[in-house]
Structure formats: C-alpha cells, structure tokens
Design a protein around this ligand. Structure first.
Ligand code: OOB
Length: 521
C-alpha cells in the first residue's frame, strides 16, 4: 500500500466487500459500451468504444516505455479534450495515479502538487490563451514533461502512441487517482481515491441517475473535477455505454450548439451556469429540447431559482451536493418536486453514515442545523501525507468533518445552510481564505489580510480581501498582477479589496470574519 495513504479499518473493508459496495473492478476497465458505439465527441474527434480502448492501450504502452510504472504519480493538467480522456485511461490502466490539476492552476499550485505527490511526470497542453504551460514546466521537479500540442523541448503527447504491450494489473484496493480538495488551509490537499471506492462512486451514481447506452452527456465543467468526471460524469457514462460530448466551457455560445448537434440528454453544471442558461434560452436559437436532466451542484442553488429550471429549460432538475473527499448527495429522479427544489439531496449509498453535530461534537436535535460529518465506502479516511491536518479533519471514529452546516429532513434529505470552514465558494470554485491570505501577506505594502466571502446574485459569493496596509494600500489591479506573478490561479484572486485600519476581534482575540463580512452588507 502507498505511503501516506490512510486505509479503511479492516472490519469495514470486509463489510464493504461482503455487502457488494466494493468489487475488484478497476478504473482502467470502465469502458463498457458496444465496440461500435460512439464513446466520445471532442472537437473534431469522434471516437467509438473500440477506438478509445485502443488509444488508451497504445498511450499506456507509451507511458511504460517512457519509464512510468505502476505505483507512480503523474500530475495531469489538460482541458476538456480527447487527450484528457485517453491520458486518464492510459494512466489508470498501468496503475500510475493521475493527480488531477485544473487547467486554471498555475505555478504556485502545480509546483506544490508535483512536490507533494513526488510526481514522475507532468502532462499538460502547450497554451491556455496567453499562458504558456511549457515555460512553467521548465522548472518543475519532475523527470518527464509531456505536452499536448507544440511540445517545444519536451516530449510530445502524440509520441506516447505505441504498439500495445502487456499491462500490469493494478489492485482495486490501491489508489487509482488523486483529486484536489477545495482547501481550507494554506496549501491544497490531495485526496487519494482507490480504484474500488471510485468505481463504486461512479457506478452507483450512474444507476441512481438512470444512465444507459442512450445517455449523451455534455461536459461543460472541467473534466478533471469530480462532478464532471465521476458523479456520474464521464466515467459513469463509459460504464453504462453512452456517449460523452466535451465542450470547452459552459458558455451558451459553445454549449447550446453542441446540445442541438449531438442531441445531448444530460449535463452537470454549477449554479452560475444554470442561471446563465436560463437567461440565454430567451435569445438563443438552438434547440435544446433533447436535454432531459440538468444536474446542478458545487454551490447552493437557491430554491426560487431551482423552481424555474424545469419551466425555463424544459428538463428535470437534480440537485447534487458533493465533495471530492467522497460523500455525494443527490435528489432522486422520482422525488417530489418540493424536495428537488428545496433540498440538496440525500446520500448516494445505504452505507453512507451521516452525523449532524454541534460545536462540541454532540448530535443536534433532528432537523436542527449543525456540521455534517460523514464516513462511508467512498469517503476518504485521510488526506495524502497530511497527518497534522488529518488529526483536525477527522473524528477519532474516522468521520470526515465536511465543514458544511446542514439540516436533515425526516426523509433524509439535506439542506445546506452555510459553512463553518474558512473557504469562499465562488460559484462552485473553492478559494481557501488562508491560502489567499498567505499570498497577500507576501506583498511588501500589506501588514495584515483577512479574506471573506461577499454575497453575489450570480456567483453566490465573491471574494473580498480586507487589508491593513503598512503605508499606501496597493490597488486591486496591482494586487492581481502581484498574485499572477506569484503563480496563483486567477479564480483565487480577490474581486474586491477593502483597506481598514484594524480588524474586529472575537473575545478570544481571533479576527472576526463574521463582523468583517457584516460591514459589506
Ligand atoms: C463539489 O466538490 P468540491 O470538492 O469542489 O467542493 C465540495 C464543497 C462541499 O463541501 C460544499 O461546501 C460545497 O462544495 N458544495 C455545495 C453543493 N455542492 C458542493 N454547497 C451547497 N450546495 C451544493 N449543492 O463541489 C462537487 C463534487 C461532486 C459533485 C458535485 C459537487
């Protein structure tokens, strides 16, 4: 077993196996469609299941030839392209775990991920607009840099394509993939997902959502995000023989023509995209009537807006309250309308254990608000190589402290009422306040910084940084340039800065973010 990975206790492992949650199926075997059926549409590429299977085996052979082997980690930073899908499948087939970075991440995040995971290789595209991944890659602590597109001095991704060879057989109990946590600390955390827990995650989700070979699933969120990858996502479609259509973004200009052309039936979005689509239907000319299910999650969808989704977009709504750490809550397709509109769903698995607790860790009265704790067959037992953080993030019984404040209805459905963790949820993108603050504190003109969320009608929240300057505070424009130069992903930049002389304090002397946030209302 990999160092730094916390396994489930053996008695629970035995239970998850005997009750059928865990099987010996591995992520590399997820392709389950008819050979001639269309598996993937991405830009000009149209690949059948047979094509995708062959390309994954050929890329796997190339990775082995490069020296990547079972048990290695590889940081993957690719946008929504066929290369992402082929590279992911190739890595999991040889038992090398992809570390799934988002295309928006920059040097600050990528360098740290390479170091923490001791990655053997970094695989990315050449450019993202003006940003050149190759320039960043030059100083990364990895043996191999593999580039999709113009490789410069590096290994072209296309050169991995090699005649198939015999592949090692990964064990289903090993780590199959690393996901990134939204983060509440100074540095992002890595979430180890085993083959068997992630296979259960995607197969159970696909069943719950009624996926089958007629499903045509449009991907508008980053493919590397858990929601789009496995809830049921790309992998859930592959497991049930349907078709995945990759869009570069959720913009109606790009997504609607694809819905019309490919007659897509399902899509997963964050609330700001759902709101944008509800506006866009009034002026757009595309026919999106094939869409039968819109999954909305990543941040809270207001009940009033939820009620508008079926009327405006002509499809069913499913609310999804999930996390890369594991636990997924879904409203069911046959739930009564009020539960679909007003709740964020209930746990996917009968084996998911849920507690709602007060600040002392005691269970609250049924129906009262408290912090959500959970453990189960697809929820992590520890972040990768983070013992100090794990001691705070898990109870002694192995429950993960989600940091989310919820209320549970008698039906089991959860309503997300807020958050205890020091994080801003910017339309589904998670910003760790502490991480941003540590970058702000590196600015020579900043004496102290406190980052809070401010309500926003579209994004749900935006990011405001309260700053105590040494002398003259920097402008927002200068500050963004400073953060860009430090290699921080742009979605973590503050949207607003508020210079102040002092911070309000709690009775124990901590900065009162509640009071700071109240000054913005
Ligand atoms: C998804 O995963 P992450 O890891 O980016 O973020 C997890 C956090 C949750 O702890 C919660 O704070 C928030 O995002 N969240 C929601 C929510 N869905 C996620 N808050 C309110 N309402 C919702 N529906 O965001 C994610 C992973 C898999 C599927 C869907 C979302």
């Amino acid at each position: 077993m990999m160092d730094g990975f916390t396994a489930w206790p053996v008695d629970l492992q035995a239970r998850y196996v005997s009750e059928g949650y865990w099987t010996d199926r591995v992520l590399g075997d997820v392709l389950n469609g008819a050979p001639d059926a269309l598996a993937l549409v991405a830009g000009p590429d149209r690949l059948t299941y047979a094509d995708l299977d062959r390309l994954a085996d050929r890329a796997a052979a190339g990775l082995l030839r490069l020296g990547i082997k079972q048990g290695d980690r590889v940081v993957v930073q690719l946008p929504n392209t066929a290369s992402f899908v082929v590279t992911f499948l190739a890595l999991v087939r040889i038992g090398a775990a992809p570390v799934l970075a988002l295309p928006a991440h920059r040097e600050s995040e990528i360098r740290y991920l390479c170091e923490l995971s001791e990655a053997r290789a970094y695989i990315s595209s050449d450019l993202d607009g003006d940003f050149d991944y190759r320039t960043m890659a030059r100083t990364l602590p990895v043996e191999h840099v593999v580039i999709d597109g113009d490789p410069g001095e590096f290994t072209p991704l296309s050169s991995l394509d090699s005649d198939p060879v015999g592949l090692p057989t990964p064990d289903a109990s090993e780590v199959g993939v690393f996901l990134l946590s939204g983060g509440t600390t100074g540095l992002p955390k890595l979430i180890p997902r085993t083959h068997r827990d992630y296979v259960y995650n995607l197969e159970a989700s696909a069943e719950l959502c009624g996926f089958n070979s007629d499903t045509t699933y449009l991907v508008v969120l980053p493919a590397a995000h858990n929601f789009a990858l496995a809830c049921p996502g790309i992998l859930g479609v592959f497991a049930t023989g349907g078709t995945v259509v990759l869009a570069p973004s959720g913009s109606p200009d790009e997504a609607f023509p694809l819905i019309e052309r490919e007659r897509t039936t399902v899509c997963a979005v964050v609330p700001p995209i759902a709101l944008l689509w509800m506006d866009a239907v009034s002026w757009s000319e595309e026919d999106i009537s094939t869409l039968s299910l819109l999954q909305v999650g990543g941040a809270k969808l207001a009940a009033e807006r939820a009620a508008e989704v079926p009327k405006t977009l002509g499809c069913q709504l499913q609310q999804v309250f999930g996390m890369a750490e594991g636990l997924l809550n879904y409203t069911r397709l046959d739930d009564p309308e009020d539960l679909i509109q007003q709740t964020q769903g209930r746990p996917l698995s009968p084996a998911d254990e849920i507690r709602v607790v007060d600040p002392n860790g005691a269970d609250v009265e049924p129906g009262s608000v408290g912090e959500l704790l959970t453990r189960g067959p697809y929820t992590l037992r520890g972040y990768y190589k983070a013992p100090a953080h794990n001691a705070r993030s898990f109870t002694s019984e192995g429950f993960y402290r989600t940091g989310d404040l919820v209320r549970q209805l008698p039906s089991g459905h959860l309503i997300v009422e807020g958050r205890e963790k020091d994080q801003i949820n910017r339309g589904g993108d998670k910003v760790s306040a502490e991480e941003l603050e540590s970058h702000l504190l590196a600015h020579p003109a900043i004496h102290d910084a406190a980052v809070v969320g401010m309500p926003d009608p579209v994004m749900g929240e935006r990011t405001c940084a309260f700053l105590i300057a040494r002398d003259e505070p920097p402008t927002l424009h200068d500050l963004k340039q400073f953060l860009r130069d430090r290699g921080l992903a742009a979605y973590k930049f503050p949207d607003r800065i508020e210079p102040v002389k002092t911070f309000p304090r709690t009775p124990v002397g901590k900065i009162s973010k509640k009071q700071l946030a109240a000054t913005l209302e």
